[in-house]
Design a protein around this ligand. Sequence first.
Ligand SMILES: *Cc1c(COP(=O)(O)O)cnc(C)c1O
Length: 487
Amino acid sequence: MKEKLIFDLSRKGRRGVCFGTPDLPSKPVQELIPERFLRSEPADLPELPESEVVRHFIRLSNLNYHVDKNMYPLGSCTMKYNPKINDSTSDLQGFTSMHPLQPEHTAQGSLRLMYELSEMLREIAGMAAVTLQPAAGAHGELTGIFLIKKYHESLGSRRSKLLVVDSAHGTNPASAATANYEIVSVNSNAEGRTDIEDLKTKLTPDVAALMLTNPNTLGLFENDILAIEKLVHENGSLLYMDGANMNALMGITRPGDMGFDIVHYNLHKTFSAPHGGGGPGSGPVGVCDKLVPFLPVPVIEKTEKNGITVYTMNPDKPDSIGRMMNFYGNFAVLVRAYTYIRMLGANGVRRVSENAIINANYLLSRVLEKFELPYPKPVMHEFCLSGDRQKKQHNVRTLDIAKRLLDYGFHAPTIYFPLIVSEALMVEPTETETRETLDAFADALLAIADEAENDPDLVLDAPVKTPVKRLDEAQASRKLNVCCFGC
Ligand SMILES: *Cc1c(COP(=O)(O)O)cnc(C)c1O
């Protein structure tokens, strides 16, 4: 790496900011802080002028890849461009100065924002009520599964199995296992959709629910969703939708209308909060009528008092599964999602999904001549290619193709997921890319396919233009060593 560590840039005595002598009475620190909390030696901090600190971090940010730099086609992750106005509103002092413990009557604006956001999300998915508490998609899944458990308990039954389709995101079985369910995998059929015959054999009386992603992780809409809904409900089971792919549905169709009992939303995907660095995220959960009493507490309610609208947090719901977060979720993400939806309006929200679908199908049509598509199109908002042809004919794997894309200035797509596609390359362009950007990405993929045919070493040795070359990825994630000073 060309950029030195900030400690190597340090020179003794350099200063960013110098404070003048205070003009207020002061006391020695020893009188203010107990001895045992004081350092015996000064902290080993780098010493630099402000200009050098700023430049250091700007140079580091240039080494990084982010959605403000170029397209981020990571399938399943919906890495859309996040409008900057979301940051301006979430930075408003009225929000940033809030304390979660301040009295409700002094927090009416924030409570109203949360109430209205949950109403908008409720409408978008066609559910009866929404909780904003969960902190991520996976946390929304866990919340949903607790609701499923509570529902069956309320009927005096204890169903022990959850069905998960084999193309599902890994968080689905992980959440089910966390809630102590036995997981039964349902097969996909030759079209890449849920295999109804297989589902029938697995829908036994001990099945609590089916978890389904629609459109699924191959970007395919579950055309038989109404038949699936009927089978699941006839069995007394519930139907859970992993709503991480809501970017393909908004304003077009609604999980509630398809008969889903529970759905989670990923605000940091569909509703435009920056993500990728591990959060903070937000995974609200919407439910149908019969599950409303079980939602997490407190529930934000809108009431009229002497002709004035008042928002309150009601902790008093005897059938609730309890709290899923301390306080009330990741509030700044909620402000971003609220801003995003209000800026778009109802028609704009629909246009988002329409454009996401158009962009995915356009991009797919441009790269099909060189790559295999294992399941037939049309797709919704994303598609999953297979690198099998390149592997079999030229010994170039999907991993190599992904690495070579970095040399062309693009972030790699999702690879080797979903597991049912061999050498998977999963691309989700999102609605925020222009035709020119989509073309540039398609040209890069096609050029790499040519290189794999004619000069495979170019691809196998990639990347060559990035700050670090090919990493041992297993090592890099298992032996994370970011220690930089004094070790
Ligand atoms: C991202 C994703 C999840 C998990 O959401 P997180 O917010 O990352 O916890 C679940 N299912 C699908 C299909 C996803 O794309």
